[in-house]
Design a protein around this ligand. Sequence first.
Ligand code: PLP
Length: 377
Amino acid sequence: MHTRDLSTHDVYEAGRGIEEVARELGREPDEFVKLASNENPHGPSPNAVEALRATADEVNSYPKAVHADLTDALAERWGVDAAQIWLSAGGDGAIDYLSRATLEPGDSVLVPEPGFAYYGMSARYHHGTVETYELSKASDFEQNAETVLSAYDGQRVVYLTSPHNPAGSTASLADIERIAAETHDRTLVVVDEAYGEYADANSAVALLDGRDGFDARDDVAVVRTFSKAYGLAGLRLGYAIVPADWADAYARVNTPFAVSVPACRAGLAALSDDEHVERSVETARWAREYLADEVDAPVRTGEGNFVLVDVGDAGVVASRLRERGIIVRDCTSFGLPSCIRVTCGTEAETKRAAATLNEVLASVDAERDGRPEVSDA
Ligand SMILES: *Cc1c(COP(=O)(O)O)cnc(C)c1O
């Protein structure tokens, strides 16, 4: 007995955790700062924490009413029908539901390269295949309609990430509209807005809804998550906003009770804490600028809660940062072996990251020039 052929399936490489790195280096966890997974350095909203505590003795019940409450609150926030909100286990779960709702065996999806690995993984789980469009470093990872349309060849689903991970670039609503208009009627354009709160750009929900001067479309879906600006990554809570005529599809693709009672309650509480989101966004904006100003290497700031830094040899720089207590994301697995992605931390964490990165860059430079490494003990 064996599994089906999984040899073409990728394995998701998560940013490494503090415990894991501390154990490997034989050090204490509190010596480390983790800026590797774009988590919220301010933690969850205090309202969400309180809601989680209060919910502990309710978890013998399946989430029904509370699921409806969160769906209604999100529908109201976005000005769409409740049936257009598909709650899921993280944004990743929403991607799975969209795969289930669209892909027939052998259908293909078009994804950005470099880009978020889960789009392709989800397509393959659902017996689909994966093709890519390139966002090039040479053109600053610019996202426009031509780039996507020139690679488009009838795929069932086209993924856009705005702001993009790991580059931070955004796609304008005019470009997204053009992509949706010039692809086949049966092609769904999925706009992944996992970092939407951090960006200046408007949400692509405007296209679904026919707001802001756009015609209403039935071929765009938006993915959002509570993992980033809301600081609830550990709860696994996200959702898709889907076209109005897909109303009855959710019940046909949804894992029963996919979102837990605590997740629903915490999500509701977090939604009503605008102050926490605003503070999180403000810190990220400050940190992006700070890193761009202070780091002695090219920094692409973008519109997420992270920056992309061109450090030369990402493997070497990431491992030296780790030895000095800073965990960042080596972007080699994204196909960017010269880049690291640094999550925006608190003010203190960000300052420490910039100073430490500069030490590491100087030590690498000194070695390359044949000078003895400057002691930085
Ligand atoms: C973080 C992230 C997501 C969603 O993550 P979840 O924790 O599953 O909500 C989706 N897309 C991108 C590009 C991300 O970086």
